[in-house]
Write a protein that binds this ligand. Structure first.
Ligand code: PMV
Length: 329
């Protein structure tokens, strides 16, 4: 906690420790889905990743957070008060502690318009929205690059939620984490994404737990950072050359590699349900039939399908005909 506080102080300078100037504030932040995954930490305290990652922002889908000054610390998650001392309460208020002036207590209400904890990246939008609401409560003007560095302390993937479209999160090399931030990644690649809501319940193993277990027990964990960097470089090159098919193939391979690591863990972590497996097959079948579609998958059973943006109406037609719950961006 002390190391984190020092880091926040270094970023905020004289703003750090100042009291809130508003009684309440609200912010919405979107979630994001990685095409090249963040997986593994080089420093758990500062949440510095082992690898750089590249994501696509889910415009309009994410978390709205309202913070009010209060006489006690409260967390309300999707309309229900979280247990004091429970995991969610502790995570959220420990993050708020990094910004709290002495004696300040917060009632934090947070609402997702995407399923919580089912591998649709609600922690990315959750911590990005929490930070944005805190900054509004305080009336602190902090550049987006620094906001990305601060939100990362709550959840790694939150670092990438501050810009639309494609976003690159640099792992950085410094031990003090001052070169670890995200920024927009401009490439002539127009991507559409469909998020398939196959399973809406919370996932069995959290990404934090799965990350630790897979990288300490999978026999291929040692190869992951190098293979992942090669995927990132290759996808960036494909993107610069407007080669959607190549970019899609690399993104799908990156997700398959991540799930191979997970399934090789001891004990194995398998996020796929029968619906996940069936939809992977369907994506392959559609591709074999000439549709430019590729899937990606995070630490959960839900799949995301990527396609060139001009195919959006066509893909929506296919998904509608299949009768599943989904949304597109
Ligand atoms: O941000 P976290 O700690 O929930 O980790 C996210 C990990 C993945 O979603 C699987 C990959 C990613 O880059 O978002």
């Amino acid at each position: 906690m002390r190391v984190r506080k020092e880091y926040v102080k270094k970023i905020l300078g004289p703003l750090h420790g100042q009291a809130a100037r508003n009684d309440s504030a609200e912010a919405f932040m979107p979630s994001n889905i990685a095409l090249i995954k963040y997986w593994g930490k080089r420093d758990a305290e500062l949440n510095l990743p082992l690898v750089s990652s590249l994501s696509y922002t889910l415009d309009g889908y994410g978390t709205t957070t309202r913070i009010s000054l209060s006489d006690k610390n409260i967390l309300i998650l999707n309309g229900e008060e979280a247990e004091q001392g429970g995991d969610d309460y502790l995570k959220v208020h420990a993050f708020a502690d990094l910004f709290r002036a002495p004696g300040e207590k917060y009632r934090i209400e947070t609402e997702n318009n995407i399923p919580t904890a089912a591998g649709v990246a609600s922690s990315a939008s959750g911590f990005a929205a929490l930070l944005a609401a805190l900054l509004r409560l305080k009336v602190w003007d902090v550049p987006l690059k620094e906001q990305s560095m601060l939100a990362r302390l709550g959840s790694g993937s939150a670092a990438r939620s501050f810009w639309p479209g494609l976003v690159l999160w640099h792992k950085g090399a410094r031990d003090d984490g001052m070169d670890c931030y995200a920024e927009p990644c401009r490439m002539p690649l127009s991507i559409g994404m469909a998020v398939l809501l196959l399973e809406k319940g919370p996932k069995a193993v959290s990404s934090r737990e799965a990350m630790g277990l897979s990288l300490s027990t999978s026999p291929h964990a040692v190869n992951w950072p190098k293979a992942q960097q090669e995927h990132l470089d290759a996808l960036m090159a494909a993107g610069r050359g407007s080669d959607f098919e190549k970019a899609g193939r690399i993104a799908e391979n990156n997700a398959v590699l991540l799930h191979t690591l997970l399934e090789e863990s001891q004990p194995p972590i398998v996020y796929d349900t029968p619906a996940t497996r069936a939809w992977k097959q369907k994506v392959h079948d559609w591709r074999a039939a000439g549709l430019p579609v590729y899937f990606t998958q995070d630490a959960g059973p839900n799949l995301k399908i990527i396609f060139p943006l001009e195919y959006k109406a066509k893909i929506e037609g296919h998904l509608g005909a299949a009768g599943i719950d989904y949304f597109t961006v």
